[in-house]
Design a protein around this ligand. Structure first.
Ligand code: SF4
Length: 309
């Protein structure tokens, strides 16, 4: 009989797929049309769809490569406006799996601020699909992701407002806003447009990482919000935070000396993958494993944070 003390495993409140990702998967699975890019940033989800015979094209496929294709699915991160128009011009119908948060809050916010005379500064990764799409909904948006980008901003832009990528960390958004105010526009208005599922997950991982001995963060390596969760956990557990995209990556030595193990997962990580990770932990730990029930209260999941900073 094992003399090891039990390992207590706690899954972070709100871990796993958000409503936007779930809706995108439901849509793609029901229509079974070619998808333009990874539907969401999780290899398991993409592979599951591909294994059902759904063709998956490059995100920004050369339109000539779509010869013979009459219907496509647009991914959850959205597509630039011009590209949607180009698809329409070719007679290609699309099923739009763009997350409602982007359609209803982010794109509209950009358009409303511009209508009110603001120049919009979008804080996020310029190479990320969400930012590429979002900036197309404004007329002349500046994207900032580093202190060097701040230096490149013009000196006089008039009334300015900063909004952010839905998956960025509050810390990074705040730092860049502070820097822009200091170096360029002291009166910059800034509105936190992280979506509620991301905000909830970031706060949950931040709390959990402060009292467990190790954290597993589950989700695609190409997932921006999962990577951010891992970075948040690393602030408290620099040596014992493990970002994995498959339960097979868990090493037995990661559990050595661990009494409390936290699990966080990005908004594109299916809940069944979290269950597989729990199962793998139970197989690898040589003593008893206790799973703590997630007894969180219902959370507000709709829209974006919207607080001004
Ligand atoms: S993470 Fe947020 S913006 Fe992205 S799909 Fe989920 S709810 Fe939508």
């Amino acid at each position: 009989m094992s003399t090891l003390p039990p390992l207590e495993v706690i899954v972070a409140r709100s871990a796993g797929t958000c409503f936007g990702v779930e809706a995108a998967i439901r849509l793609a699975d029901s229509v079974r049309k070619p998808i333009l890019g990874p539907l969401v940033h999780n290899p398991k989800v993409v592979n599951d769809l591909a294994s059902k015979g759904i063709p998956i094209f490059e995100r920004y496929a050369d339109l000539d490569a779509l010869e013979g294709v009459s219907e496509v699915v647009i991914t959850a991160h959205g597509y630039p406006k011009e590209l949607k128009e180009a698809l329409k011009a070719r007679g290609i119908q699309f099923y739009d799996a763009t997350c409602p948060v982007l359609l209803k809050w982010v794109y509209r916010k950009i358009q409303r601020f511009e209508a009110d005379g603001y120049r919009v500064i979008l804080i996020g990764n310029p190479n990320h699909a969400e930012i590429i799409a979002s900036r197309s909904y404004g007329t002349d948006i500046h994207v900032v992701y580093s202190p060097e980008d701040v230096e490149q901003l013009p000196d006089n832009l008039g009334k300015t407002v900063a909004i952010c990528q839905t998956t960025i960390t509050r810390e990074k958004f705040q730092k860049l806003v502070d820097l822009i105010r200091e170096k360029k526009y002291p009166d910059l208005k800034a509105v936190d447009t992280r979506c509620k599922p991301v905000k909830n997950q970031q706060e949950a991982v931040e709390m959990l990482a402060q009292w467990v001995d190790a954290m597993l963060i589950v989700g695609g390596f190409n997932s921006s919000n999962t990577t951010n969760l891992a970075n948040i956990a690393r602030k408290y557990l620099p040596e014992r935070t493990y970002h994995i995209d498959s339960p097979a990556l868990i090493q037995p030595e990661w559990l050595e000396g661990v009494r409390h193990l936290g699990i966080g997962a990005g908004t594109s990580t299916p809940r069944e993958q979290i269950e597989e990770v729990k199962q793998r932990v139970a197989e690898l730990y040589p003593g008893p494993v206790l799973f703590r029930v997630n007894d969180a209260e219902e959370e507000d999941l709709v829209g974006v944070d919207n607080s001004e900073i």
